[in-house]
Design a binder for this molecule. Sequence first.
Ligand code: FAD
Length: 458
Amino acid sequence: MLSKAWKAGSGKQIIFAFRYLLGRFQKLYSVKIAQLAALIRFCRTTLLIFAPEFLPNFISMNKPSTAREDRYQHHDYYNVDDLLSAEHLLARDAVRQWVKSEVSPIIEDYANRAECPTHLFKGLAEIGAFGPSLPAEYGCGGMDEIAYGVIMQELERGDSGIRSMASVQGSLVMYPIYRFGSEEQRRHYLPKLAKGEFIGCFGLTEPDAGSNPGGMLTNVKDDGDSYILNGSKMWITNSPVADIAVVWAKNEEGRIIGMIVEKGMKGFSAPEIHGKWSLRASITGELVFEDVRVPKKNVLPNVQGLKGPLSCLTKARYGIAWGAIGAALDCYDSALRYSKERIQFGKPIGGFQLTQKKLAEMITEITKAQLLTWRLGTLANEGRHTPAQVSMAKRNNVHMALEVAREARQIHGGMGITNEYPVMRHMMNLETVLTYEGTHDIHLLITGQDVTGLAAYE
Ligand SMILES: Cc1cc2nc3c(=O)[nH]c(=O)nc-3n(C[C@H](O)[C@H](O)[C@H](O)COP(=O)(O)OP(=O)(O)OC[C@H]3O[C@@H](n4cnc5c(N)ncnc54)[C@H](O)[C@@H]3O)c2cc1C
């Protein structure tokens, strides 16, 4: 009944009435708003996981009237699901439902406007997308690496930008604090980051140091209890909305150290970068440091050198390898359905051999990537995966997803370039995913170095 009334245009009145009733309830039973909100969130998440069909439409407050229907159906040609545990499947299905109800209805609109749906940070926290494989004692998910992977896959099925919001927070901000931070830093920052109360970003790339982060110019000078930080970072996901930044800089001995820089520190700013044709729903910016005084207690004490940022990147690239499969699946799913519905020359275009070639190659490549990534996940769970194996999977899967997106775009014909279908958005997003966290070519050179023992990129 509520959802009928909402559809009839009386949504605002319902919210008004709800707020009034909430106020009365609070007075009567002297319940704190925060407790009530937690109870409502709990009920909503439980419904989302176990009975999404009972969620009324008005739960998605930001749904535009032109929302595209998400008709995605699961594709698992080699029964890879049989290799997943009940916990993996539960996590995956919960995130899939969340993407269907919260991301798909709004994503084209936000991407079109090049605006980040920042309200989704809270939802990402609620579904456990921030640090799913970090320990529960710090408020994180406490799940394994495959669970982390399938969550990233489902998020990127929605949009690479939404997955990036979660990847950066979990793998590039929470992970270094967990791995290299002091116990005090862990207890202070991790629970807040896991709940989305703090948003974080990761500052490694600089205007003149991209593929070669060792060439960074950002530096610190010792000043008693603090360091004085100077320099700038470029292409930083989430930076304009971030409360904290994990920043990598050189000390006076030329060693790279990591530190937590907080919003509001004097001399620190994070201007937004505009004009992106890719990852349009993800916010990107710079980090500028002009004599920023960073207390020494903010330095990550347990790492020095490039291995600090590189191990965070390994964690994030692992998630990207899974995520790219999600984008590919969405493009394949859309192309398959379109090929059965679109009639030309008196029959569905899926009946022509050339269309079938495209679809058959797409699902073959997706299946190979699923198996590669599942194996990488089992190695990661045993702590036996290597950074070079992660490079191979990231490179292969992102390239595969981009090729799938391009073929899917062709199958959709002219409609493929519009926002009626998700393929062009995925395709544009994947151009960034191919480049960030190590470019396609750099990952090839990492594999080359791994098999020959000779570094060709220096
Ligand atoms: C939208 C977006 C979000 C990002 N988010 C973040 C973030 O949150 N934090 C962060 O720190 N960074 C971030 N990045 C930066 C990203 O990681 C870099 O763009 C990437 O590492 C490449 O660096 P570059 O752009 O300077 O390219 P360059 O390093 O200048 O490379 C240009 C080209 O030269 C090639 N090349 C470079 N060196 C060699 C070599 N030795 N041999 C052969 N070819 C070579 C590269 O493969 C590439 O094709 C983001 C980037 C984008 C676009």
